[in-house]
Every structure is written in structure tokens, then in C-alpha cells.
Design a protein around this ligand. Sequence first.
Ligand code: DON
Length: 449
Amino acid sequence: MSVASEAVTDALRELHTRFAGLGDGQLADHIPQLALADPDAFGLALFSMEGHSYSTGDAGATFTMQSVSKPFVYALALAVLGLDEVGRWVNAEPSGEAFNAISLEPVTGRPDNAMVNAGAIVTTALIPDTPGAPRFGRILDCLSRFAGRQLDVDEQVYASEAVTGDRNRALAYLIRSAGPLPVDPVAAVETYFRQCAVRVTTLDLAAMAATLAHGGVNPLTGDAVVPEPVAAQVLAVMATCGMYDASGDWLLRVGLPAKSGVSGGLIASGPARFGLATYSPLLDPTGTSVRGRAALGALSERLGLHLMHNPALAGSTVTLITTADDLPSARTGPRALARHERVAVVAAQGALDFTAAERVLYALDESRPQETGSVVLDLRQVTDIDSVARAMLRRGLGRLVEGGVRTAVADPAGRLAPLPCAGEQDEAALRPFASREEAMTWCASGLAG
Ligand code: DON
């Protein structure tokens, strides 16, 4: 076993051992087939953003998705129709009510959000249904791509809900009676039952949660299932509405976008970090797995996964603010030293976004380039610069040049390029050098010695 596997699997095993004995809760019985589940079943799985998977317990056992399907079908609707169009028919406000409540806006009949049954039925109804691409075919294909393998339907569970699902049918009739929907929610209820009966394992769910966390790209297959903005929108609604009337408490205590289902599945996504899933069919009164809730809560606390904790400490972006004379490479002779002393140097590392770019610009100010007359920004250890950070850095460097500071960037990977240069001064600011030494020498050579 690899060391990574040992460390992560051990953490999951510990949770399994700790909570396997928890016998509280009830099996769902409003869909009679779900009451036949093994109450002792308990699986946990985690998928990394690199597609590495870790699991323990009954992570390979199959069960139906139920409400865990809702965020993924919502993602499909958003990808096809866009947020504004979907938002006309399904709101994005926490209902604070049970999953099967009549959570409809007065007058319009618009459901509160896509995570409660009413909103999920409308979401399913919004998925296009054409002879070449029937609605359920599109949904199953999308769910399969999220999981990274072809999924199928548990026909017995589907049939069981089709017989007993009158409350959902009643909700659909109520929505149709109130709202000017462009689609028929009554017809869509049967498709909604089928999507709820799609069969998965805990590992599948972890891959699906990881795909949302990974900007809509399945980390296992590399398949871009939905655009990145859609993945972010779905995670936002999971964070505020995914746990129904327990959503606020969940976000407070566990701090991760999540979705539960009455078969006992539970997913949580750590944006850009991981996808987590548990399976255990004993449910609390909100329809959430008792062991799943306990395990994810403990894991979040133990590993510091709460979304509102910010592990990106300021020190992690800027690694150096100095003048070049402090650097061994500058000591090449008395004359060179005198010049190099007047070259300020700032080095950064990692992925640069808005926050990181602010740190780098602040560090550039702190390095007092106006006094030294010259500054080198060393980006050799930078792994990525997003468009916002790139524009900020280019503007900041351009300002320095305008202020008469001789400015050079050590940027062998050309990460500040290939944006078009605005003008001559900008061009000078963005002159990329392969090494810090070359950048320093260029800066020093322009200073009066
Ligand atoms: O509509 C229903 O009642 C089920 N097919 C799904 C409900 C569900 O999973 C609620 N989540 N915890």
C-alpha cells in the first residue's frame, strides 16, 4: 500500500470503526423497496482532484441515488439552459422545510430550490426531451459521465416508487396548477422517479462529488461534463439547500456543499480539493444518513475541511522580498554589487489568483522599488496565473515603469504572456527573463553605477 493510500484510507477506516456501531435512525419506507436495505451497510470513499480514490467498508455495494441525483440533474439543466432561464422556473432560496414539503413561491408556484422534491421535479422537466435524445437518456448519460462509468437503473426501486409516489405527483399537479411552466411537471415525475432509481456505489458518488469540486471535469476520465461556472453554481446551491431543513446547521458544523438521499447516500465536495461520499441507510428525521452525517462531520473537524477555514496563509504566495545584494548571485564584484544593491527582488510561488496577486503587488510596494530605482519580480516558482491575477500584475508592473522604475520579470514559462502589450512602457515592464540573475543584471545595467 502506498503512503498516501495508507494515510487517507486509515482516516476513513477510523471513521468506519468509530461510527459502524451507531444504530440510530430508520430505514426509509415511503419507497417500500428501500426498507429492504441492509441497516448495517456502511461505506466511505474519497476521490482526489488527481483522480486517486480511497475507500473502506461497503464502498462497492450498490444502492440508488434518490435525492443525490438532484444536484447533477440541476447541473445538466444549467449547462443546457443557463442560470437565468433555469432560475425563472426554479428559485435558489433555502426553504428551511422538509424535502417533500410544498415549498412553492406564493402566486407563481415556483419551487424554492432544486434540492427539494418540488424543485427537482421541475428541474427534470426542464431537461429537453427530443425523439433523438429522450429526457431520461440525457439524464442517465450525464449521471454516468459524472461517475466516469455507465450507470443503470434499479428497476425494482423505480417500480416501488412509481407505485407509492403520489405525494410527488401531487406536488407536480400543484406546480402545474400554479405556474406558467413551459414544460409538464406531471409527465416529468416518472422521469424523476427513474433518475432517483439510478444505481451507484459509494465510490461512484465520491467520483461524482469530485467532478463538481473539480470544476465539472471528471478527475478520473478527464471528461468535461459541465462547464466550470455550472459546477460552482451547483456547489453553491448544495451549500445553502442540499441538506433541506438541516442545511444551515450542516454548513455551520461541517462546512461543505453536500447532498443527502433517502437510500442512505451522502456526498460532500471540497471545492478544488476532493469529493467525499458515504453510504449507510439508517436515516435521521431530515432524511439524512445518521452514520454518514456523523462520519463527514468528524472528518471535516479532524482534517480542517470546513469551507470557511482559509488555509491559504499570506506567507504562502510571496517567498522573498529583498534587495539583490542579499542574494549570493549578486556578489560578482564591487561595481556590480553597488548596482545590484539597488535592485529590489520579490519572488512568488504557487497558483496566483486575485488574492495572491494582491499579496505580490503589496510585496512589490514593500520592496521600495521607487527608492532602489529597480525591481525584479521572480515568477519561476509560480505554477499558474489566472486572468484576473495576470491583468493585476501587468497593470501594477506597468505603473512601476511609468513611475520610472526599471522593472524586469523572471518568467521563463511566459506566464505573464501572451497577453497583447498595451504600449511601449508595458512591453518593457513585461520583458520576460529566463533567470533571476539575467533579470537582475538587466536591471542593474540600466542604473547609474
Ligand atoms: O422523492 C422522493 O421521495 C425520493 N425519490 C427521494 C427523496 C430523497 O432522497 C430525500 N433526501 N434525503
